[in-house]
Design a protein around this ligand. Structure first.
Ligand code: GLC
Length: 538
C-alpha cells in the first residue's frame, strides 16, 4: 500500500485491528470451515466496520491439531482455506479498501507433520535434524520418565517419547513440537518466512507465543508442577516459568525488526507476550524490537472502576519509559467472550459496550475480535461437539465457545456462514439456534444494534483521533467512575470519556457535546447510567 505522505506516525500506532479467526469467519466453498475466499467475499462488510487493519489467524498448511497453530508449511495455504492465489486476491482486495493485513507467525513450534520434524524422527538421536527441536533422553531406569516435570498447556506432560527412546518437548499439543531456537537453522528459516510474506505484501505479523522460543538452559524442573489444576490461562500467565521470557528472545526480534524496516510502508509486528511485569513487557517494545505487544490485562479484569484505572496505569507504566504505544484488547480466540466475562445477558452486553468505548478512546491501538461487533456471548458447546485440543487433552473445557462460526443472515444454521444448499451445511462447530437474534443482517437493519453502535463509534474515532493528543489525563468523577480526557491539538476539540462502573447515575452535563453513547443518557437528568460509557467533545 502506498505510504500516506501526510502521516507523521506509523499507521499501526492508533489503528483498530479486527481479528479474523479464519475457520469461523465465512465459508465460501461449503465445507463448514471458513476460508480465504470467504474473507474476500466479506471485505465490503469489513470496510463498513470502519476498522483499519485485519489480523488473520493461521491459514497455512496444517493438520489442524490446534486449528492452524500447528504449521506444516509456513509458505503455503492449507487447501481447507484456499490457495496462495486466494491469499493474494484477498490481500489486494483489502488494500484496495485501505485495510492493512497482518498475518500470524508461529515460531515457537511447528507441526509434527513439518518436514523438519519428520526428518528429525527419521534421522535419529544426535542428528542435525534432531537439533532443530528439543529432544532429550529420559530420566530413570532406561529413560522411561520424561526429562523434566513440565506440563503441556493443553494438559498432560510436555514431553512425548519416540520409538528410539528419546523424548521431545511440546509446550502445547504433542503435534506441536517446540523448536530449538539455539540452532542457527531455525533463525535463518524464520527470517526467510518473514520475507516470503513481506514480499507478497503483508503489512505485518502477529507473533504467536512471542515470550516462548527459548528455554532456560538445562531445562530445570518447575518446583511443585503437577498435571493437576493447570489451565491454559493459568499457565500462560505463570511468568516465572523457565520456558517464558528468556533473554534470547530479544535478539530474534531485533533481527526481525531489521528485516521489517528494510521494506517500505511501516511494516510491523505485534507480540503475544504474556509477561508479568511492566519492565519485562517494555523490553519487547524497545525501539529496535517489536512495534507492539498485546496488552492482556484488561480482558481478565472485572468491570470495576478501580480495577480498570489500575489496568490503564499499569499499561502506561509499561510502555511509557520506552516510548512505545499501548494496545488494548478485550477479547480474542483464546478467551471467554467479553459479554459473558462481564456477567452475560443485558448487563454483560452493556458493560462490554462501555468497555469498548473506553478502550477506543484511549491513545494507542485497539484489537477487536470477530463477533465483538455483534455482541456475541460465549456459546455453551456440548462435550461431544468440542474440538479444542485443550479439551481433548483434559486441560479444561477449552476455547470452542468463543470460536463458533459467525452468524451472517437468515433464521437457521448455518446463518449464511456457508453457502445455501439443499441440505444445510454443518459448520465445524455447531451454531446455537439463538444466533438468529445476532446476525449481521438483522443488526444492520437495527439502528440500536451493537453492530450499529460499533460502526458509529469507529467512524467517530476515525474523525477525532487525528486531532487528539497522544497524552491523556485521568479525571476524578467519583470512586466508581473511570474518566479521562485527551486534549485537542492544533485547535481541534478534545474528547472526554466517562465510564460508569457503579450503581448510581453520574452527572456529565459539564463535559461537552455527547459524541458517542454506549446507552442513552437518563431522559430527565441527562446523567450517565450505570454500566454505560460516553464520549464528550469540548
Ligand atoms: C497462542 C494462540 C493459541 C494457540 C497457542 C499455541 O496462544 O493464540 O490459539 O493454541 O498459541 O500456538
Amino acid at each position: 500500500m502506498a505510504p500516506d505522505p501526510t502521516r507523521t506516525t506509523p499507521w499501526w500506532r492508533d489503528a483498530v485491528c479486527y481479528e479474523i479467526y479464519v475457520r469461523s469467519f465465512a465459508d465460501a466453498d461449503g465445507d463448514g470451515v471458513g476460508d480465504l475466499r470467504g474473507v474476500t467475499a466479506r471485505l465490503d462488510y469489513l470496510e463498513s466496520l470502519n476498522v483499519d487493519a485485519l489480523w488473520l489467524t493461521p491459514f497455512y498448511t496444517s493438520p489442524q491439531a490446534d486449528h492452524g497453530y500447528d504449521v506444516a508449511d509456513y509458505r503455503d495455504v492449507d487447501p481447507r482455506f484456499g490457495t496462495l492465489a486466494d491469499f493474494d486476491e484477498m490481500l489486494a482486495g483489502a488494500h484496495a479498501r485501505n485495510l492493512r493485513v497482518i498475518v500470524d507467525l508461529v515460531p515457537n513450534h511447528t507441526s509434527s507433520a513439518h518436514p523438519w520434524f519428520v526428518a528429525a524422527l527419521a534421522d535419529g538421536p544426535g542428528s542435525a535434524a534432531r537439533k532443530r527441536y528439543l529432544f532429550r533422553d529420559g530420566r530413570g531406569p532406561d529413560g522411561v520418565q520424561p526429562p523434566n516435570n513440565w506440563q503441556s498447556l493443553f494438559g498432560g506432560p510436555a514431553w512425548t517419547r519416540v520409538a528410539d527412546g528419546q523424548w521431545y518437548l511440546h509446550l502445547f499439543d504433542p503435534e506441536q513440537p517446540d523448536l530449538n531456537w539455539d540452532d542457527p537453522d531455525v533463525g535463518d528459516e524464520f527470517e526467510s518466512v518473514l520475507r516470503f510474506w513481506l514480499d507478497r505484501g503483508v503489512d505485518g505479523f502477529r507473533v504467536d507465543v512471542a515470550h516462548g522460543l527459548f528455554k532456560e538452559s538445562g531445562l530445570p524442573d518447575v518446583e511443585g508442577m503437577t498435571a493437576a489444576g493447570e489451565t491454559l490461562d493459568d499457565t500462560m500467565s505463570q511468568w516465572d516459568r523457565p520456558y517464558w521470557d528468556q533473554p534470547g528472545v530479544h535478539d530474534v526480534y531485533r533481527r526481525w525488526r531489521q528485516v521489517l524496516d528494510s521494506y517500505p510502508g511501516d511494516r510491523m509486528m505485534i507480540g503475544e507476550a504474556w509477561v508479568g511485569t511492566p519492565e519485562s513487557m517494555a523490553r519487547y517494545v524497545r525501539p529496535d524490537e517489536m512495534s507492539q505487544v498485546f496488552n492482556f490485562h484488561w480482558l481478565s479484569t472485572p468491570f470495576s472502576a478501580p480495577a480498570l484505572r489500575d489496568v490503564i496505569a499499569a499499561t502506561y507504566a509499561a510502555v511509557g519509559p520506552v516510548g512505545a504505544s499501548p494496545t488494548w484488547v478485550l477479547s480474542n480466540h483464546d478467551v471467554v467472550r467479553t459479554v459473558t466475562h462481564y456477567g452475560g445477558g443485558d448487563l454483560g452486553l452493556s458493560r462490554a459496550k462501555a468497555s469498548m468505548l473506553a478502550m477506543l478512546a484511549l491513545p494507542g491501538a485497539a484489537y477487536v475480535y470477530q463477533g465483538e461487533e455483534l455482541g456475541l456471548p460465549q456459546v455453551e458447546v456440548a462435550p461431544e461437539d468440542r474440538q479444542d485440543p485443550t479439551w481433548l487433552r483434559g486441560g479444561g473445557v477449552g476455547r470452542d465457545g468463543c470460536r463458533i462460526p459467525l452468524p451472517w443472515s437468515g433464521d437457521a444454521p448455518p446463518f449464511g456462514f456457508s453457502p445455501e444448499t439443499a441440505e444445510p451445511v454443518r459448520t465445524w462447530l455447531p451454531q446455537p439456534a439463538w444466533f438468529a437474534d445476532y446476525t449481521v443482517e438483522r443488526q444492520s437493519r437495527d439502528p440500536y444494534s451493537t453492530l450499529a453502535f460499533l460502526r458509529f463509534a469507529l467512524a467517530r474515532r476515525r474523525e477525532v483521533v487525528p486531532g487528539l493528543s497522544h497524552e491523556f489525563h485521568m479525571l476524578d468523577r467519583g470512586a466508581d467512575v473511570v474518566a479521562f480526557r485527551r486534549d485537542g491539538v492544533d485547535g481541534a476539540p478534545g474528547v472526554t470519556c466517562v465510564v460508569n462502573c457503579g450503581t448510581e447515575d453520574v452527572p456529565v452535563g459539564d463535559l461537552g457535546t455527547p459524541l458517542v453513547l454506549s446507552a442513552a443518557l437518563a431522559e430527565s437528568t441527562g446523567h450517565l447510567l450505570p454500566n454505560s460509557a460516553a464520549w464528550f467533545q469540548s
